[in-house]
Write a protein that binds this ligand. Sequence first.
Ligand SMILES: Cc1ncc(COP(=O)(O)O)c(C=O)c1O
Length: 432
Amino acid sequence: MISRRNALRSMAVATAGLVHVNARSLAAWIPQAVDGKAASAVATDEDFWASIRLAYDVERTVVNLNNGGVAPAPRSVIESQRRGIEFTNELPARNLWQTLEPRAETVRAGLARIMGTVPDEIAIMRNASEALQTVQLGLTLRSGDEVVTTEHDYPRMITTWQQRARRDGIVLKQVPVPIPLRSDSEIVDALERAITSRTRVVHISHVVFITGQVMPVAAIAAMARRKGIDCIVDGAHSFAQIPCSLEGLGCDFFGTSLHKWLSAPIGTGMLAVRKDRIKDVWPLMAAPDTMDADIRKFEEIGTHPAAIHNAVADAIAFHEAIGLERKRARFRHLHSTWYNMVRSSSRISLATRFDDPSQQGALVLLTVDGVKPADLSAWLLDKHRIFTVAIEIANASGLRVAPNVYTSTAEMERFGAAIADVVSGKASVPSR
Ligand SMILES: Cc1ncc(COP(=O)(O)O)c(C=O)c1O
């Protein structure tokens, strides 16, 4: 049997020889590498994560802690897209429509596996915006019907409801979200209080994009269901990052990007709809009535590059090779690494209850008292080559810290040391 060290060495040799550390080789290597170890033990195994890191061709001169908006894909995914684009171009009308497009069914099946559902409840989209707007604009709503969401939901999705308010006369209600959320009932009750007899939809992010707060979506969906109200879940930051299942969440509609936590090609997304609800949503682009109850009606978008969505299959292979629980444990370890270096300072606060791992995952919002987030973010990039994003939305103010599976513990220590210098007064952050 190959030992973990030997396997690692052969991978390193393979890398030196420019053979890809791809999903297939990882899938063969990972079971030996983890050797039955618990996810929490693998989380601190730098050799293991160094191999994951090598699977990505990323900018090594910058520490990228801004993986929330859009994330890089591993080399195997980029290569798959390239192959697909070249193959398409050889004989487009045949290779695209007859060979590549039918392969999207494998992608659908893979996404369904992660989402704990059946392929007939999964539509392949171009991003979370398209997935969510399909439902937001496709549900039949009348003047005076109400939609309840929060002040922490994604601006584009809010813009979509606001456009429906202008166009169709619906009423949008946004409830404030306390920071930090002290209990699940705090938000479930706030949403419930905003519901009236005219409420038709509750729209909620599974993981809040500005704070990283994991919302009690199952409780919110259950409350909506009891009242006969639709529940749309924005899973842009939860899919492939924390457990998501249509059944487990109990929601009617779930939309996500795949170019965030799945590391899929940029320009990929997914919409999951409960089978019995597909007929209730008009697609954004028209489909024939024979497709009314078919999830594929949402994909009737005309000619598009199959190579992009087909490479989602490579991202799924990569994700499944690492495993969701190992990813989660690694994110917890990466955040603990820097947070433990600075948490004793009274100037440090987080938007989530860090000591309860169920409250956040890969995204954390850090506030340093007395320092503007935009100044801190600019200083980190100029001085330390650390890339973050400053957040000033609603009552959320701070630096969003979002590592990825290719982030090393040393990089998080570098970030922690920089923040420690700021809070101790050793370094001063210039205001802009
Ligand atoms: C919570 C949330 N929803 C929706 C989106 C839209 O995602 P996309 O731009 O991939 O469509 C984002 C993007 O960051 C997001 O954070």
